[in-house]
Design a protein around this ligand. Structure first.
Ligand SMILES: Cc1cc2nc3c(=O)[nH]c(=O)nc-3n(C[C@H](O)[C@H](O)[C@H](O)COP(=O)(O)O)c2cc1C
Length: 177
């Protein structure tokens, strides 16, 4: 078994990609890993559009460049466009809470699994939270009941150097009782 802590430490947002295509099978493996993610009432409120056609990849890259930032995603070789769907919760639970209450967390886990499996495949990823929704909708034609949750840029990283993680110290985020 590999060391998960080591994998978590190696994953980092990749903002420089090689001019090397990403194998279709590697993208499928990422989706397979994400498909196994847990979700509230096992509702699996997700879908993912894997963008690998170079023409569509370049259009999605443009959608991620709002506010003049994120120019580096023009070099990405693929994108995962993660969609949020209606979460069907158990009736008893649905009486108490909004149907989407767990969905954001579920989708966060789904997205991280895509990224971590990509890391094991030697791929770099970067989660992107800002994008041109109307243009993406026109381009990818997903259903009206679905919305884009996150976009993830994918490609072979320009550098394998692992940067220092800037994170709050353990004592600040964790308390033992
Ligand atoms: C919801 C979300 C949105 C993000 N959006 C962007 C983005 O638009 N552009 C970018 O370069 N990085 C983006 N990031 C990456 C974060 O900046 C990065 O995860 C954080 O700084 C920690 O660095 P690391 O991923 O290298 O460990 C985003 C990350 C998340 C989770």
């Amino acid at each position: 078994m590999g060391d998960f802590l080591e994998l978590a430490g190696k994953r980092q947002s990749c903002r420089g990609f090689l001019d090397k295509p990403v194998e279709h099978d590697k993208l499928i493996k990422c989706v397979e890993a994400a498909r196994l993610s847990p979700s509230g009432c096992n509702s699996q409120p997700w879908k993912v559009i894997v963008v690998e056609d170079p023409k569509v990849v370049s259009e999605v890259a443009k959608c991620t460049q709002l506010l003049g930032i994120n120019a580096y995603f023009s070099a990405a070789k693929a994108f995962f466009v993660v969609l949020e769907k209606h979460a069907k919760l158990m009736p008893k639970i649905a009486q108490l809470v909004d149907s989407q209450i767990f969905a954001k967390g579920d989708l966060g886990g789904f997205a991280l699994s895509l990224c971590l499996e990509a890391e094991t495949q030697g791929l770099g990823t970067c989660i992107i939270g800002l994008f041109d929704r109307p243009v993406l909708k026109e381009l990818l034609k997903y259903e009206d009941t679905e919305s884009v949750f996150l976009v993830i840029a994918v490609g072979y990283p320009h550098s394998d150097k692992v940067r220092n993680k800037e994170r709050k110290p353990l004592e600040e985020i964790c308390r033992f009782v």
